[in-house]
Design a protein around this ligand. Structure first.
Ligand SMILES: [Fe+2]
Length: 180
C-alpha cells in the first residue's frame, strides 16, 4: 500500500469529521503541522503533528464521544496503524500525545488552565493528571520529549480561521520517513 496516498485519502474522505472544537479534524491536524513548522520543529515532529490524530480519521469518531464517557484510544489506534510505515520517533509522538497532556497537567500547574474546554473534558476520561509514578515512567520513554512537542502543537492547532499549506505540502515532508 502507498501509505502517503492512503493518508491523503483519509484526509479527503474523513477530514470533515467534527473535532469538538470549532474546526474539523482534518483542519486541526493541518494546523498542528503548521504550528510545528512555524516553531522550527524538525521534519519528524512536523510529521508527527500532522498525523497525531490519524486514529480519529480512520475511526471517523468525533472527539466529543468522550461526552458519553468513552475513550476511543485514538492515539493507540493511529500509532498502531502507522507503525509499519514510520520510524518510532514519529510513532511515539503520536502514541504518547495524550499521555503528554496528562504529564503536563501534573508537572506544569498553569497548563490545565490553558487547555481548550474539549481537551479538559477528554482529560477526565483519559485518566486525569498523572501521579508521581506515572510521571517518572513517562520520562523514561525514549521519545517523550517528542510527544511533549506534538502536544504543544496539538493545543495550538485550534484556530477558527488560519491560512496554511494544504495536505500535499505536509505529506511531501512526511514522505521522506516512509520505510525508515
Ligand atoms: Fe489533536
Amino acid at each position: 500500500m502507498d501509505i502517503i496516498q492512503f493518508i491523503k485519502q483519509q484526509f479527503e474522505d474523513n477530514g470533515h469529521v467534527a473535532y469538538g472544537e470549532d474546526i474539523s479534524m482534518g483542519e486541526h491536524m493541518l494546523q498542528s503541522a503548521y504550528y510545528a513548522e512555524q516553531k522550527n520543529s524538525s521534519d519528524a515532529i512536523i510529521t508527527a503533528a500532522l498525523l497525531h490524530d490519524f486514529g480519529h480519521l480512520i475511526l471517523e469518531l468525533p472527539e466529543d464521544i468522550t461526552e458519553k464517557g468513552i475513550d476511543g484510544y485514538h492515539e493507540d489506534i493511529g500509532a498502531k496503524f502507522l507503525a509499519p510505515y514510520f520510524p518510532k520517533q514519529i510513532i511515539d509522538g503520536i502514541a504518547l500525545h495524550v499521555q503528554a497532556k496528562r504529564y503536563l497537567c501534573a508537572v506544569k500547574p498553569k497548563y490545565h488552565g490553558q487547555l481548550s474546554q474539549a481537551s479538559k473534558n477528554t482529560l477526565t476520561v483519559q485518566g486525569g493528571p498523572m501521579d508521581a509514578q506515572e510521571v517518572i515512567a513517562f520520562e523514561l520513554e525514549p521519545f517523550y520529549k517528542e510527544a511533549l512537542q506534538v502536544r504543544l502543537f496539538d493545543d495550538l492547532g485550534k484556530e477558527a480561521a488560519l491560512t496554511h499549506p494544504d495536505v500535499d505540502y505536509y505529506l511531501s515532508i512526511a514522505k521522506q520517513f516512509v520505510g525508515k
